[in-house]
Design a binder for this molecule. Structure first.
Ligand code: ADP
Ligand code: MG
Length: 259
């Protein structure tokens, strides 16, 4: 039975003394209510440094709300968020960014009227000294395959290029934790494969912890170390992609919807 499976979610190692320092991120009893609707319901979540975790679940499961609580875009109704050994629950978003939490939102948020290089300038100005600016810009353009588009206005990029630019902007902040809300929605098979490679590199080579919200279970299968399934605002299951994919209850609440 899935409920007796040792890989299934158990309480994280947080006590009154604070977070487990081996984890880059932990939440404890995290809750968000919108009036009578509980969008995030007592979530105890833990992520290791350099881990790539996929967050799946049906529409309205509370995936975006959970990431919004991590970035500080939303304030929790109850509970705690620990990042890199510190309680960040009350910190404003910009201070979380300064501590190394970067987010790529669901809605594309490149500056359409600026060039690709101009877009990168915005995050880079916060972290890079002026003399290192050009070299760092070039490095990011190369890595995200946008060198030829350097002077292209972002509004004229393909959807896949825009997504790569946005991930590049988030990585320009040199994060330790990168949060992505549906980064491959609407992309072609090739564009999706490019993003999958980039995310694996970011976790494996840069050691950045990554949380990706994604609907496409095939994409999840190609990238994830572990998968967390949210349903009704709570953690429903957690495990390897194989465990999640073959779990009949997960199939029932989630996979059965689109497949
Ligand atoms: P998901 O990203 O998994 O599709 P969301 O986190 O966007 O789910 O939403 C979870 C639930 O919270 C949904 O029922 C949604 O309607 C509700 N919700 C999200 N944001 C708000 C808000 N700002 N005000 C009221 N209800 C919200
Ligand atoms: Mg969402």
């Amino acid at each position: 039975m899935a409920t007796s499976d040792p890989t299934v979610k158990t309480a994280p190692a947080v006590d009154e003394t604070g977070p487990d320092s081996s984890r880059i991120l932990q939440t404890r009893g995290l809750r968000k209510a919108f009036g009578g609707l509980t969008a995030t319901d007592d979530v105890d979540f833990a992520l290791e440094a350099g881990e790539l975790r996929c967050l799946i679940g049906p529409n309205g499961a509370g995936k975006s709300t959970f990431l919004d609580l991590l970035t500080g875009r939303l304030e929790p109704t109850a509970g705690k968020i620990y990042y890199d050994g510190a309680d960040i629950t009350g910190l404003p978003s910009h201070e979380r960014v300064d501590r190394g939490i970067s987010m790529k939102f669901q809605v594309p948020s490149v500056y359409e009227g600026l060039t690709v290089a101009g877009n990168l300038r915005i995050p880079l100005q916060r972290v890079v000294e002026p003399d290192a600016f050009d070299a760092r810009t070039r490095e990011i353009l190369e890595r995200f395959d946008l060198l030829a588009e350097r002077e292209t206005v972002a509004g004229e990029l393909s959807h896949g290029q825009q997504q790569r630019l946005e991930i590049g902007m988030a990585m320009a902040m040199e994060p330790n934790l990168l949060l992505l809300d549906e980064p491959v929605a609407g992309l072609s098979v090739e564009e999706t494969a490019d993003i999958a490679d980039l995310l694996r590199e970011i976790a494996d080579d840069d050691g950045v912890a990554v949380i990706v919200i994604e609907h496409d279970i095939d994409f999840v299968e190609t990238i994830a170390d572990r998968v967390t399934v949210l349903d009704g605002g709570s953690i429903f299951r957690e495990g390897s992609i194989e465990e999640i994919r073959t779990d009949p209850e997960v199939k029932r609440i989630y996979l059965g919807e689109d497949r």
